[in-house]
Write a protein that binds this ligand. Structure first.
Ligand code: HEM
Ligand SMILES: [Cu+2]
Length: 553
């Protein structure tokens, strides 16, 4: 099966070689689509971050003195909508999944390249509508769009934002279907299921959640729209509807959605830990199956968001126990990563620092989830900053750490250049410190009683908010730095070579940046994932790009 080589033997051209804008906007190359997502997602992240800064600035003082209450509501809503729907959910699958998945399984592209491009357009259109909604008056419902507020009382551009999120749902579903079919049908000869890299397993489990969950939220939000415009009673009790029904439908998707954000990050971490410990992940099969277990059990726990809605106490007990159950596969992964490092030769390069940061922060986030899953404790903590801290630990500390780790890990493959390692390490440390300073105080002030989504608060809590805002400023610097040195590296970085980390996956056997069709010859796989006997060593850390360029072809 290795006859696919002829035709593109020239090694000068790669997927970046052709420049006209149209060749990008009409591309069906999964690598280019990954880069398009990288750019558009970064823009949406920037907008979301701007509104986070506004929220934190308002909370420096106990009085609500920076914005009006209405504008504060709009600010945190836009922050949540942008970050959740247009950054966290698509980030790793759409950027790193699109770029790496076909390379990692030895394929030329995803199964449906044109559908892939369509997904990107729907994503950009959806995100733009949400931004337009804000510019034209704003939305103040919170990212959860709870009716009857969102369906009946909220003013402004709620409908437009709902349409944006709805369209984006299709983008998600198309990507999920694309990945499922690609992983089933397009693996290179010899690449059996249990030889797949764990990042591919994670994408597989994630795609499964996307395809089964997203239609539910899309239809739910469409129903809010119908109620809002046509006044049909679905969720608003004044019209004969049931607002708790909305919460069930919304969380049936949105709890699994938190795993859409975290599972891909876990996949990235598995790649990084293995590569920088130079060792097969301990208990590979357990790590692979724990992704599937999380995907399945994740669908059974949505009721832990409804403990205080008056749902039956027995239902609450079942949801509580099942929520505790999700901790098991998560703990399996963490245990196996630690065991992998324990027996490996750990090298602390930049991606590994992000990987270690992920493990620490995700552990705190996951464990505090157990507090919230205990019904009695949740009565006290519900709708407080404790919840805010919990989900930021998992989503910002976990998912974004994983995303940044993955970007740093695959960057040399994507652009063929190395970034200045020292800067990357400094940024990783700043992010870690800034993150903890921002969100740890929120556990405390939440436990003291500070409700979420309030723009003013009693004076004695100011110190916690001050710490938090100071931390957010540091965190901001930490996030900004990579955008500087990474872009710099595209133009000035040292050539990376095919496999700078001495990693073992198929993506490292082709050129950096890869040629348009990925491989000169279809690779044939004869080994398990993560075998390091016959891969080159990691290149030395070297921060002086002025030095002689290595004499590669
Ligand atoms: C693995 C990644 C996780 C992510 C990304 C995540 C994310 C979130 C988010 C976004 C919320 C807030 C939703 C809102 O806006 O109201 C939340 C709340 C909650 N999470 Fe998690 N979570 C994760 C893990 C867990 C785990 C492992 C558990 C339990 C075992 C858990 C239990 C809860 C509970 C009970 C709440 C509701 C708290 C309340 O509203 O009172 N979470 N989580
Ligand atoms: Cu949940």
């Amino acid at each position: 099966m290795s006859a696919a080589s002829n035709g593109h033997g020239h090694s000068k051209g790669n997927y970046l070689s052709e420049h006209p804008i149209a060749s990008w906007l009409l591309t069906t190359d999964h690598k280019r689509i990954g880069i398009l997502y990288l750019i558009s997602i970064s823009v949406f992240f920037g907008i979301g971050a701007l509104f986070a800064a506004l929220v934190r600035m308002e909370l420096i003082t106990p009085q609500g003195d920076l914005m009006s209450a209405d504008n504060y509501n709009r600010a945190f809503t836009l922050h949540g909508v942008m970050m959740i729907f247009f950054f966290l959910i698509p980030s790793i699958p759409a950027v790193l999944g699109n770029f790496c998945l076909p390379l990692m399984i030895g394929a030329k592209d995803v199964a449906f390249p044109r559908l892939n491009l369509l997904s990107w357009y729907m994503f950009v259109i959806g995100g733009s509508l949400a931004v337009v909604a804000t510019v034209r008056g704003g939305i103040d419902t919170g990212w959860t769009f709870y009716p009857p507020y969102s369906s009946t009382y909220a003013h402004g551009q709620v409908s437009l934002a709902l349409v944006g999120v709805f369209i984006n749902g299709f983008s998600s579903i198309f990507t999920g279907i694309n990945f499922l079919v690609t992983i089933h049908k397009m693996r290179a000869p010899g690449l059996t299921w249990f030889r797949l890299p764990l990042f591919v397993w994670a994408q597989y489990a994630t795609s499964f959640i996307i395809v089964f969950g997203t239609p539910v939220v899309a239809i739910t939000l469409a129903l809010v729209l119908v109620e809002r415009i046509l006044r049909v009673g679905i969720f608003d009790p004044a019209l004969g509807g049931d607002p708790i029904l909305f919460q069930h439908l919304f969380w049936f998707y949105s709890h699994p959605a938190v795993y859409i954000m975290i599972l891909p990050a876990m996949g990235v971490i598995s790649e990084i830990i293995s590569t920088f410990s130079r060792k097969r992940i301990f208990g590979y099969e357990f790590v692979a199956f724990s992704s599937m277990a999380i995907a399945i059990v994740g669908f059974l726990v949505w009721g832990h968001h409804l403990f205080t809605t008056g749902q039956s106490i027995y239902a609450g007990m079942v949801f509580s126990i099942l929520s505790f159950l999700v901790a098991v596969p998560s703990a399996v992964k963490t245990f196996n990563w630690l065991t992998t490092m324990y027996k490996g030769q750990v090298v602390l390069r930049a991606p590994m620092l992000y990987g270690l940061g992920f493990i620490g922060l995700f552990t705190i986030g996951g464990l505090t989830g157990l507090f919230l899953s205990s019904m009695g404790v949740d009565i006290h903590l519900q709708e407080t900053y404790f919840v805010v801290a919990h989900f930021h630990y998992v989503m910002v500390g976990g998912a974004i750490m994983g995303y940044l780790g993955g970007i740093h890990y695959w960057w040399p493959k994507m652009f063929g250049r190395m970034y200045p390692e020292t800067w990357a390490k400094i940024a990783a440390l700043i992010v870690f410190v800034g993150f903890n300073l921002t969100f740890f105080p929120q556990f405390i002030v939440g436990n003291l009683g500070m409700p979420r989504r309030y723009w003013a608060y009693p004076e004695e809590w100011q110190v916690w908010h001050l710490l938090s805002t100071a931390g957010a400023s540091i965190l901001g610097v930490g996030y900004f730095l990579p955008s500087v040195y990474l872009v710099w590296s595209i133009f000035k970085g040292k050539p990376a070579g095919n496999n700078p980390w001495g990693a073992s996956g198929l993506e490292w056997t082709t050129e950096s940046p890869p040629i348009t069709h990925n491989f000169h010859e279809t690779p044939i796989v004869t080994k398990e994932a993560y075998t390091y006997d016959d891969v080159p060593d990691m290149i030395e850390e070297d921060d002086q790009p002025e030095r002689k360029e290595p004499a590669h072809v």
